[in-house]
Ligand binder design. Sequence first.
Ligand SMILES: *Cc1c(COP(=O)(O)O)cnc(C)c1O
Length: 497
Amino acid sequence: MNYKSTRNSAEVVSSAQAIARGISADGGLFVPEEIPQMSLEEIGELIEESYVQRAEIILSKFLTDFTMEELGYCVRSAYTAEKFDSDKIAELARLGEGTYLLELWHGPTCAFKDMALQLLPYLLTVSVKKTIADKEVVILVATSGDTGKAALEGFKDVPGTKILVFYPENGVSPMQKLQMTTQEGENVGVCAIKGNFDDAQTAVKAIFTDPKIGEQLMSRGMMFSSANSINWGRLVPQIVYYISSYCDLLANGDIELGEKVNIVVPTGNFGNILAAYYAKHMGLPVGKLICASNKNNILTDFINTGVYDKNRAFYTTSSPSMDILISSNLERLLYLLCGCDDAQLKQWYADLKESGKFTVSDEVKAKIQAEFSAGFCDEEETLQTIRTVFEQYSYVCDPHTAVGVKVYEDYKKATGDTTKTIIASTASPYKFTDTVIQAVSPETNPSDDFDDVSLLNILTGMPVPQEISGLDGKEVRFTRSVATGEMPQVVRELLSL
Ligand SMILES: *Cc1c(COP(=O)(O)O)cnc(C)c1O
């Protein structure tokens, strides 16, 4: 199976090339030429298999130029008992009748990004070997928090890779900062920058395209790559857990083979919900895909009106991983829905660049609304939802997951749809202790992050993930903070160029 660029359908590459390159030279994203199919019978057969085996089978349908040995090596290296605190890898919890939370945060950094970023380093190194010969891959990341840590853990000590992460000195939570500055591994580097996330991102992009650094890298047998969610290698691992959770519901007797389920996803860059869309179109019985946004509700407006308009205020919320105005992966959905019309896609994205907005045709809008429903949840409702979920079900959810729960409750009220539903739970509440404490115990004052961890444990009885408790007292390895202008120098030093 080949992949083509959303902005140039004539640009056709193998899956290994798509993963090694990350993004097409025309600025488009790589999508598979067709969506591989799975019959109900095939899905039913997966019930007997482990997560690793399910992943191997599902990935083999998309990554057809990988051998089964290569895929087996990748998934077995990624989804191990040392890295995930659940042997099921992703857990299902019940939230009342017919509602299930798919907990995607049992990996080493306690956020759902681990599900893809534990596997990506292996997919990427195998892809590079297959397509570009033996080069050492240098991953450069600018992060606002979660991605940087998940990428560091994923690439830590992976042979043939190095990873350098830049984060805004005052733009991440104390817990996120501690997670990064104490990072272990011989091939990792972490550096704070004086500036915000956009400054870090812009400087990283400039380093990527700096011809002098490029030459120096070449002469040392190295190449840059990206762990960003526009890489197909980050999207494809996410398809697995939707199919896998359906199999778990079957195995538990909660649903019958062929019974439809709805899927709710707290959404930012549109990657996670797009993976659910792919699972559905492979043959997984799915009814509605419900897109949940926080106060940055650009996707709610788009799905309801067909107008994508980023000329609006940007809000910093308690669910920061969804604070985003350009949802990159939406481009992949639009390409599929407009019949792979690359000229149309180019036009919409040119409009977005020029005027900050584009409008899809009524036909495309109707196709979107046939499959997706959308809603949003503001800051007060997020706190309220964490509180009521805790009171009603003794279940502690993080602010991102709470957004999903609230939008689903609204959807159910508005439509009367009682189809059984899977809600993606995207982070451990221990990553966002101040908000969760404020919700479950408004009279308590959260203090510094480590006291908050034990406080939340006392208030809720929820066990503290070992990955969080293990940070207490851990040696800080990376204390450097530089102006963005010094970033190229830092890269040279860390890579000994
Ligand atoms: C990244 C992230 C999201 C958003 O996922 P997208 O794939 O970008 O839509 C939601 N919740 C958490 C905790 C995240 O880290």
